[in-house]
Design a protein around this ligand. Structure first.
Ligand code: DP6
Length: 324
Protein backbone atom coordinates (compact mmCIF):
# COMPACT_ATOMS: atom_id res chain seq x y z
CA UNK A 1 0.00 0.00 0.00
CA UNK A 2 2.55 2.46 -1.17
CA UNK A 3 2.53 5.20 -3.80
CA UNK A 4 4.68 8.17 -4.77
CA UNK A 5 3.32 11.30 -6.40
CA UNK A 6 4.81 14.48 -7.77
CA UNK A 7 2.87 17.74 -7.92
CA UNK A 8 3.77 21.27 -9.04
CA UNK A 9 3.38 24.52 -7.16
CA UNK A 10 1.34 27.09 -9.05
CA UNK A 11 1.41 30.83 -9.54
CA UNK A 12 -1.94 32.59 -9.33
CA UNK A 13 -2.85 35.00 -12.14
CA UNK A 14 -6.22 35.66 -10.48
CA UNK A 15 -5.72 35.41 -6.73
CA UNK A 16 -7.53 33.42 -4.08
CA UNK A 17 -7.61 35.70 -1.04
CA UNK A 18 -10.37 35.38 1.55
CA UNK A 19 -12.52 32.38 2.45
CA UNK A 20 -16.28 32.11 2.54
CA UNK A 21 -15.94 28.95 4.65
CA UNK A 22 -12.50 28.57 6.27
CA UNK A 23 -13.33 25.09 7.61
CA UNK A 24 -13.34 23.63 4.09
CA UNK A 25 -11.29 26.30 2.27
CA UNK A 26 -14.23 27.56 0.23
CA UNK A 27 -13.15 30.76 -1.55
CA UNK A 28 -15.10 33.95 -2.26
CA UNK A 29 -14.06 33.91 -5.92
CA UNK A 30 -12.82 31.80 -8.82
CA UNK A 31 -9.05 31.91 -9.33
CA UNK A 32 -6.70 31.11 -12.22
CA UNK A 33 -3.13 29.80 -12.10
CA UNK A 34 -0.28 28.18 -13.99
CA UNK A 35 1.59 25.12 -12.74
CA UNK A 36 5.35 25.57 -12.27
CA UNK A 37 7.79 23.09 -13.81
CA UNK A 38 10.75 23.63 -11.46
CA UNK A 39 8.85 24.04 -8.18
CA UNK A 40 7.40 20.72 -7.17
CA UNK A 41 6.96 18.32 -4.27
CA UNK A 42 7.60 14.59 -4.34
CA UNK A 43 5.71 12.65 -1.67
CA UNK A 44 5.49 8.97 -0.94
CA UNK A 45 2.90 7.39 1.35
CA UNK A 46 3.17 3.94 2.76
CA UNK A 47 0.19 2.62 4.75
CA UNK A 48 0.62 -0.53 6.74
CA UNK A 49 -0.96 -2.38 9.68
CA UNK A 50 2.57 -2.68 11.08
CA UNK A 51 2.80 1.08 11.74
CA UNK A 52 1.53 2.05 15.18
CA UNK A 53 1.41 5.79 14.43
CA UNK A 54 1.81 8.21 11.55
CA UNK A 55 5.39 9.25 10.81
CA UNK A 56 6.30 12.16 8.59
CA UNK A 57 9.71 12.96 7.14
CA UNK A 58 10.22 16.26 5.33
CA UNK A 59 13.50 17.04 3.54
CA UNK A 60 15.13 14.16 5.39
CA UNK A 61 14.05 15.25 8.88
CA UNK A 62 11.46 13.60 11.08
CA UNK A 63 8.66 16.06 11.93
CA UNK A 64 7.68 16.30 15.61
CA UNK A 65 4.12 15.35 16.44
CA UNK A 66 3.30 18.64 18.14
CA UNK A 67 4.24 20.74 15.10
CA UNK A 68 1.47 22.48 13.16
CA UNK A 69 2.86 20.96 9.95
CA UNK A 70 2.49 17.42 11.37
CA UNK A 71 -1.04 18.09 12.62
CA UNK A 72 -2.16 19.49 9.22
CA UNK A 73 -0.79 16.48 7.36
CA UNK A 74 -2.34 13.93 9.73
CA UNK A 75 -5.67 15.77 9.46
CA UNK A 76 -5.43 15.37 5.69
CA UNK A 77 -4.41 11.71 5.92
CA UNK A 78 -7.51 11.21 8.09
CA UNK A 79 -9.69 12.64 5.30
CA UNK A 80 -8.22 10.16 2.84
CA UNK A 81 -8.48 7.27 5.34
CA UNK A 82 -12.13 8.14 5.92
CA UNK A 83 -12.86 7.91 2.19
CA UNK A 84 -10.97 4.62 1.91
CA UNK A 85 -12.52 3.27 5.13
CA UNK A 86 -9.04 2.44 6.39
CA UNK A 87 -7.42 2.92 9.77
CA UNK A 88 -3.88 2.02 8.76
CA UNK A 89 -1.19 4.42 9.88
CA UNK A 90 1.22 5.86 7.33
CA UNK A 91 4.84 6.69 6.77
CA UNK A 92 5.05 9.83 4.66
CA UNK A 93 8.28 10.98 3.03
CA UNK A 94 8.25 14.34 1.27
CA UNK A 95 10.68 16.82 -0.27
CA UNK A 96 10.44 20.04 -2.26
CA UNK A 97 12.52 21.03 -5.28
CA UNK A 98 12.47 24.64 -4.04
CA UNK A 99 12.84 26.60 -0.78
CA UNK A 100 9.69 26.51 1.38
CA UNK A 101 8.04 29.76 2.44
CA UNK A 102 9.75 31.92 -0.18
CA UNK A 103 6.52 33.14 -1.68
CA UNK A 104 6.02 30.00 -3.70
CA UNK A 105 2.91 28.21 -2.49
CA UNK A 106 4.71 25.16 -1.11
CA UNK A 107 1.58 23.82 0.51
CA UNK A 108 -0.15 23.76 -2.88
CA UNK A 109 2.42 21.34 -4.28
CA UNK A 110 2.63 19.50 -0.94
CA UNK A 111 -1.07 18.84 -0.46
CA UNK A 112 -1.64 18.00 -4.13
CA UNK A 113 1.15 15.39 -3.99
CA UNK A 114 -0.03 14.07 -0.61
CA UNK A 115 -3.63 13.75 -1.82
CA UNK A 116 -2.65 11.79 -4.91
CA UNK A 117 -0.06 9.57 -3.18
CA UNK A 118 -2.26 8.76 -0.17
CA UNK A 119 -5.43 8.09 -2.16
CA UNK A 120 -3.56 5.90 -4.64
CA UNK A 121 -1.77 3.98 -1.87
CA UNK A 122 -5.11 3.22 -0.20
CA UNK A 123 -6.54 1.97 -3.49
CA UNK A 124 -9.00 4.81 -4.05
CA UNK A 125 -9.39 5.39 -7.74
CA UNK A 126 -10.41 9.05 -7.65
CA UNK A 127 -11.26 11.15 -10.69
CA UNK A 128 -9.34 14.37 -11.27
CA UNK A 129 -12.31 16.34 -9.96
CA UNK A 130 -12.47 14.25 -6.77
CA UNK A 131 -8.71 14.65 -6.25
CA UNK A 132 -9.00 18.41 -6.67
CA UNK A 133 -11.90 18.60 -4.18
CA UNK A 134 -9.91 16.55 -1.67
CA UNK A 135 -6.63 18.46 -2.16
CA UNK A 136 -8.53 21.72 -1.49
CA UNK A 137 -9.22 20.59 2.06
CA UNK A 138 -5.47 20.47 2.76
CA UNK A 139 -4.70 23.88 1.24
CA UNK A 140 -7.00 25.90 -1.00
CA UNK A 141 -4.50 26.52 -3.78
CA UNK A 142 -3.57 22.79 -3.81
CA UNK A 143 -6.75 22.06 -5.76
CA UNK A 144 -5.19 24.00 -8.67
CA UNK A 145 -2.06 21.79 -8.67
CA UNK A 146 -4.04 18.68 -9.65
CA UNK A 147 -5.06 19.49 -13.28
CA UNK A 148 -2.58 20.25 -16.09
CA UNK A 149 -1.08 23.53 -17.24
CA UNK A 150 -3.32 26.59 -16.98
CA UNK A 151 -6.04 26.02 -14.42
CA UNK A 152 -9.23 27.59 -13.14
CA UNK A 153 -10.62 26.90 -9.66
CA UNK A 154 -14.39 27.27 -9.70
CA UNK A 155 -15.38 28.57 -6.30
CA UNK A 156 -18.51 26.37 -6.16
CA UNK A 157 -21.30 26.50 -3.61
CA UNK A 158 -20.28 23.66 -1.30
CA UNK A 159 -17.52 21.12 -0.67
CA UNK A 160 -18.18 18.95 -3.72
CA UNK A 161 -18.63 21.77 -6.22
CA UNK A 162 -15.44 23.70 -5.37
CA UNK A 163 -12.60 22.31 -7.51
CA UNK A 164 -10.21 23.15 -10.33
CA UNK A 165 -10.04 22.10 -13.96
CA UNK A 166 -7.60 22.71 -16.78
CA UNK A 167 -8.17 25.64 -19.16
CA UNK A 168 -5.24 24.66 -21.40
CA UNK A 169 -2.45 22.04 -21.22
CA UNK A 170 1.10 22.99 -20.28
CA UNK A 171 2.21 22.74 -23.92
CA UNK A 172 -0.31 25.41 -24.92
CA UNK A 173 1.76 28.53 -24.37
CA UNK A 174 5.53 28.94 -24.14
CA UNK A 175 5.78 31.39 -21.29
CA UNK A 176 8.05 31.50 -18.25
CA UNK A 177 7.68 32.40 -14.63
CA UNK A 178 11.05 33.57 -13.31
CA UNK A 179 10.85 33.62 -9.52
CA UNK A 180 13.14 36.20 -7.92
CA UNK A 181 13.81 35.05 -4.35
CA UNK A 182 14.80 37.91 -2.05
CA UNK A 183 14.88 36.24 1.37
CA UNK A 184 15.46 32.84 2.95
CA UNK A 185 13.40 33.73 6.00
CA UNK A 186 10.11 31.99 6.72
CA UNK A 187 7.23 34.31 5.89
CA UNK A 188 5.85 36.23 8.84
CA UNK A 189 2.18 35.39 8.50
CA UNK A 190 0.55 32.32 7.04
CA UNK A 191 -1.85 32.58 4.11
CA UNK A 192 -4.58 31.27 6.43
CA UNK A 193 -4.16 34.35 8.60
CA UNK A 194 -4.31 36.56 5.51
CA UNK A 195 -7.48 34.84 4.29
CA UNK A 196 -9.07 35.40 7.67
CA UNK A 197 -8.24 39.11 7.72
CA UNK A 198 -9.00 39.89 4.05
CA UNK A 199 -12.68 40.84 4.59
CA UNK A 200 -11.63 43.43 7.20
CA UNK A 201 -10.03 45.54 4.44
CA UNK A 202 -12.23 48.38 3.11
CA UNK A 203 -11.00 47.35 -0.36
CA UNK A 204 -11.98 43.70 -0.16
CA UNK A 205 -15.52 44.04 -1.60
CA UNK A 206 -14.31 46.44 -4.26
CA UNK A 207 -11.72 43.85 -5.30
CA UNK A 208 -14.36 41.13 -5.61
CA UNK A 209 -16.46 43.35 -7.87
CA UNK A 210 -13.55 43.75 -10.28
CA UNK A 211 -13.02 40.01 -10.65
CA UNK A 212 -15.63 38.89 -13.24
CA UNK A 213 -14.12 41.24 -15.85
CA UNK A 214 -10.56 40.29 -14.93
CA UNK A 215 -11.31 36.56 -15.11
CA UNK A 216 -12.80 37.01 -18.57
CA UNK A 217 -9.69 38.86 -19.70
CA UNK A 218 -7.23 36.33 -18.28
CA UNK A 219 -9.09 33.49 -19.99
CA UNK A 220 -9.06 35.44 -23.24
CA UNK A 221 -5.34 36.18 -22.83
CA UNK A 222 -4.57 32.46 -22.32
CA UNK A 223 -6.77 31.48 -25.25
CA UNK A 224 -5.17 34.01 -27.61
CA UNK A 225 -1.66 33.78 -26.07
CA UNK A 226 -1.80 37.52 -25.47
CA UNK A 227 0.96 38.34 -22.95
CA UNK A 228 0.24 42.06 -22.89
CA UNK A 229 -3.35 41.47 -21.78
CA UNK A 230 -2.33 38.78 -19.29
CA UNK A 231 0.44 41.01 -17.94
CA UNK A 232 -1.83 43.98 -17.37
CA UNK A 233 -4.35 41.95 -15.37
CA UNK A 234 -1.86 39.96 -13.29
CA UNK A 235 -0.12 43.15 -12.18
CA UNK A 236 -3.46 44.70 -11.16
CA UNK A 237 -4.37 41.52 -9.31
CA UNK A 238 -1.06 41.28 -7.46
CA UNK A 239 -1.18 44.90 -6.37
CA UNK A 240 -4.79 44.55 -5.21
CA UNK A 241 -3.97 41.46 -3.13
CA UNK A 242 -1.28 43.43 -1.32
CA UNK A 243 -3.45 46.56 -1.02
CA UNK A 244 -6.04 44.36 0.70
CA UNK A 245 -3.40 42.69 2.91
CA UNK A 246 -1.81 46.03 3.86
CA UNK A 247 -5.20 47.55 4.69
CA UNK A 248 -6.52 44.59 6.70
CA UNK A 249 -6.99 44.92 10.43
CA UNK A 250 -4.29 44.28 11.60
CA UNK A 251 -2.34 45.09 8.41
CA UNK A 252 -0.12 42.46 6.80
CA UNK A 253 3.05 43.49 4.97
CA UNK A 254 4.47 40.66 2.89
CA UNK A 255 6.85 42.83 0.83
CA UNK A 256 10.49 43.59 1.50
CA UNK A 257 12.06 46.78 0.15
CA UNK A 258 13.64 44.61 -2.54
CA UNK A 259 10.19 43.52 -3.70
CA UNK A 260 9.33 47.09 -4.67
CA UNK A 261 12.74 47.58 -6.30
CA UNK A 262 12.10 44.62 -8.60
CA UNK A 263 8.59 45.85 -9.47
CA UNK A 264 10.03 49.21 -10.48
CA UNK A 265 12.75 47.60 -12.59
CA UNK A 266 10.28 45.36 -14.43
CA UNK A 267 8.21 48.43 -15.33
CA UNK A 268 11.33 50.28 -16.43
CA UNK A 269 12.48 47.40 -18.67
CA UNK A 270 9.03 47.23 -20.20
CA UNK A 271 9.11 50.91 -21.08
CA UNK A 272 12.33 50.19 -22.92
CA UNK A 273 10.63 47.45 -24.94
CA UNK A 274 11.30 44.28 -22.94
CA UNK A 275 7.96 42.48 -22.43
CA UNK A 276 8.01 41.36 -18.78
CA UNK A 277 5.26 41.51 -16.14
CA UNK A 278 5.20 40.78 -12.42
CA UNK A 279 2.95 39.04 -9.96
CA UNK A 280 3.41 38.35 -6.24
CA UNK A 281 1.74 35.85 -3.89
CA UNK A 282 1.70 36.07 -0.09
CA UNK A 283 5.43 36.61 0.30
CA UNK A 284 8.23 38.93 -0.78
CA UNK A 285 9.37 36.99 -3.88
CA UNK A 286 8.48 38.43 -7.26
CA UNK A 287 7.32 36.22 -10.13
CA UNK A 288 8.26 37.69 -13.51
CA UNK A 289 6.17 36.43 -16.39
CA UNK A 290 7.56 36.61 -19.94
CA UNK A 291 7.70 34.70 -23.20
CA UNK A 292 10.28 31.92 -23.21
CA UNK A 293 12.25 33.58 -25.99
CA UNK A 294 13.08 36.44 -23.57
CA UNK A 295 13.70 34.36 -20.43
CA UNK A 296 17.52 34.27 -20.64
CA UNK A 297 17.95 37.98 -21.03
CA UNK A 298 15.34 38.81 -18.37
CA UNK A 299 16.80 36.25 -15.95
CA UNK A 300 20.25 37.80 -16.37
CA UNK A 301 18.86 41.24 -15.60
CA UNK A 302 17.00 40.02 -12.51
CA UNK A 303 20.03 38.20 -11.17
CA UNK A 304 22.01 41.39 -11.55
CA UNK A 305 19.68 43.28 -9.19
CA UNK A 306 20.96 43.89 -5.66
CA UNK A 307 19.23 41.68 -3.09
CA UNK A 308 18.13 38.93 -5.45
CA UNK A 309 19.46 35.74 -3.84
CA UNK A 310 18.39 33.29 -6.47
CA UNK A 311 16.06 32.87 -9.42
CA UNK A 312 14.08 29.84 -10.56
CA UNK A 313 12.96 29.67 -14.19
CA UNK A 314 9.66 27.81 -14.56
CA UNK A 315 7.67 26.78 -17.58
CA UNK A 316 4.03 25.67 -17.55
CA UNK A 317 3.81 22.16 -16.11
CA UNK A 318 1.44 19.21 -15.99
CA UNK A 319 -0.55 18.62 -12.82
CA UNK A 320 -0.07 15.99 -10.14
CA UNK A 321 1.15 12.59 -11.35
CA UNK A 322 1.95 9.19 -9.89
CA UNK A 323 5.65 8.37 -10.09
CA UNK A 324 6.23 4.89 -11.36
C1 DP6 B 1 -1.66 34.45 -2.05
O1 DP6 B 1 -4.31 29.08 1.58
O2 DP6 B 1 -3.70 28.08 -0.66
O3 DP6 B 1 -0.99 32.33 -2.89
O4 DP6 B 1 -1.85 27.03 1.98
O5 DP6 B 1 -0.23 28.92 2.36
O6 DP6 B 1 -0.23 27.70 0.17
P1 DP6 B 1 -1.01 28.13 1.37
O7 DP6 B 1 -2.00 29.14 0.77
P2 DP6 B 1 -3.47 29.11 0.37
O8 DP6 B 1 -3.55 30.57 -0.26
C2 DP6 B 1 -2.81 30.99 -1.33
C3 DP6 B 1 -2.93 32.45 -1.46
C4 DP6 B 1 -2.12 33.11 -2.56
C5 DP6 B 1 -2.96 33.35 -3.79
C6 DP6 B 1 -3.29 32.16 -4.65
O9 DP6 B 1 -2.48 31.22 -4.74
O10 DP6 B 1 -4.35 32.21 -5.29
Amino acid sequence: MKATAVAPANIAFIKYWGQKNPKINLPFNNSISMNLSKCFTVTSCDFSPKYLKDEIFFEGKKIKENQEFFIKIVKHLNQVRKLAKSNFKAKVISANSFPSDAGIASSAAGFAALTLAASQALGLNLTQKELSVLARLGSGSACRSIPDGFVEWKKGKNHKSSYARSLAPDSWWEISDIVAIVTNKKKKYSSSFGHLLAPTSPYFKKGLNLLPQRIKKVKKAIKNKNLELLGQIIEEEALDLHIIAMSSNPPLFYWEGKTLEIIKKVREWRKKGLPAYFTIDAGPSVHIICEQKYEKIINKKIRGLPGVLKTIINHPAPGAEIKK
